[in-house]
Design a protein around this ligand. Structure first.
Ligand code: GLA
Length: 389
């Protein structure tokens, strides 16, 4: 957890006073249901104990004065000015602009932000940033947005100011997460249900390949377009089909020869992943973690072979996991092309598994993978400063 005092001290250093409020919003894990959100399907994420923090106060002007602790850079961004050149600043400018589009009138503010969500590791550092700013600005200026609106504002910031046509999973998890619970979210209706997830005798661990997903934004948009192409063809015969969510495995099968083979493969992954998630939730309800874990491995195969968003390093770690009886399930997590493998491991097998992966990975790729232990935690919040000091 990032030291809150550090953020507050940095605010004081930057702006010469202490009169600010502190907000945090976390990154997320996702147990199963990858690349299903923008296809209207289901996901099963949870917020974690790694978050973005912002210390903020209104400044009575039309300018955002912002200091990034990670980039060690301070900018003055006019609210009504052009989009900033710095990518990190686009997230903040984007959130404010999306709020304005919806009729709100946030003013200027002074702020400092930093965090401990690893960047580019598929743990949604950017959604954590959008969510913490969305929540903080909404609260400071009493704009009246609901959490669901803030999730959409964050998602549209990615679409319109960052250029990634993402789904809503990450922002939703960051805003709606709850200690010890995963969220089964229907990404079409945004109806959700929280389930306790704290399997005794098991650990959830992330292993970061340290491969930064540079291809992620462009290829991500390509995958989304391929799904849309599949839907457009199927919808000609089935007018009720709006998203891949509406396509059954049987229906898809009848399009094997009518769709471009690559488009067919992409759609096939998504249609089966949706089914896997719903079956997986049944496994969890029955307490059958083993059956659930098998589905995680199947998801990895689909993401790697059919959806084409894995990479050699991710596949390598999942293969080691598969051979270890103490690992119940493992798969790449998030958008892909690098980032983390999420594994559910028996507590007794944890140490050996990590040692095996590290040794083999260093031998093969000449670099040390990063091990990230996560605790499922609460979503966005405002802190009581008296409790921190
Ligand atoms: C990224 C996106 C999400 C989701 C995942 C893949 O994290 O931001 O909306 O599509 O990839 O499941």
């Amino acid at each position: 957890m990032l030291n809150h005092k550090l953020v507050l001290r940095c605010f004081e250093k930057q702006f010469g006073h202490k009169k600010c409020s502190l907000y945090t919003s976390p990154g997320r894990i996702n147990l199963i249901g990858e690349h299903t959100d923008y296809n209207g399907g289901f996901v099963l994420p949870a917020a974690i104990d790694k978050c973005m923090s912002v210390a903020i106060c209104k400044n009575g002007t039309d300018t955002i004065n912002v200091y990034s602790m990670d980039f060690k850079q301070r900018l003055a961004i006019p609210i009504d000015g052009p989009k900033p050149e710095e990518q990190w600043a686009c997230y903040i400018f984007g959130v404010v602009s999306e709020m304005k589009k919806r009729g709100a009138q946030p003013g200027g503010f002074d702020c400092v932000f930093g965090g401990d969500v690893p960047l580019g590791a598929g743990m949604s550092s950017s959604a954590a940033l959008e969510s913490v700013f969305g929540y903080a600005i909404n609260d400071q200026f009493k704009l009246g947005f609901k959490r669901e609106d803030l999730a959409k504002i964050g998602q549209m910031t990615e679409h319109n100011y960052v250029g990634v046509r993402c789904g809503i999973m990450d922002q939703f998890a960051s805003l709606f997460g709850k200690d010890g619970h995963v969220i089964r979210l229907d990404c079409r209706s945004l109806k959700y249900k929280r389930f306790p997830f704290n399997p005794r005798g098991y650990k959830v661990v992330l292993i970061d390949t340290m491969v930064k997903h540079t291809l992620a934004s462009s290829e991500y948009n390509v995958r989304r377009a391929q799904c849309e192409e599949g839907v457009a063809t199927i919808a000609k015969d089935h007018p009720g089909v709006e998203l891949l969510r509406d396509v059954t495995p049987k229906m898809l099968e009848s399009y094997r020869d009518k769709l471009d083979p690559m488009v067919f493969k992409r759609c096939s992954y998504v249609v089966y992943e949706d089914k896997r998630l719903l079956d997986g939730c049944r496994d969890l309800n029955k307490g059958d973690l083993k059956a659930f874990g098998k589905k995680m491995f199947a998801t990895h195969d689909g993401l790697s072979k059919d959806y084409g968003v894995s990479c050699e390093e991710l596949d390598f770690i999942v293969d080691i996991a598969r051979k270890n009886e103490g690992v119940i399930g493992a798969r790449m997590m998030g958008g892909g092309f690098g980032g983390c493998v999420i594994s559910i491991v028996k507590t007794g097998a944890y140490k050996g598994y990590i040692e095996d992966v590290k040794k083999a990975y260093i031998k093969k790729f000449g670099k040390d993978p990063r091990v990230i232990n996560v605790v499922i935690s609460d979503g966005v919040k405002k802190w009581n400063l008296r409790k921190i000091k």
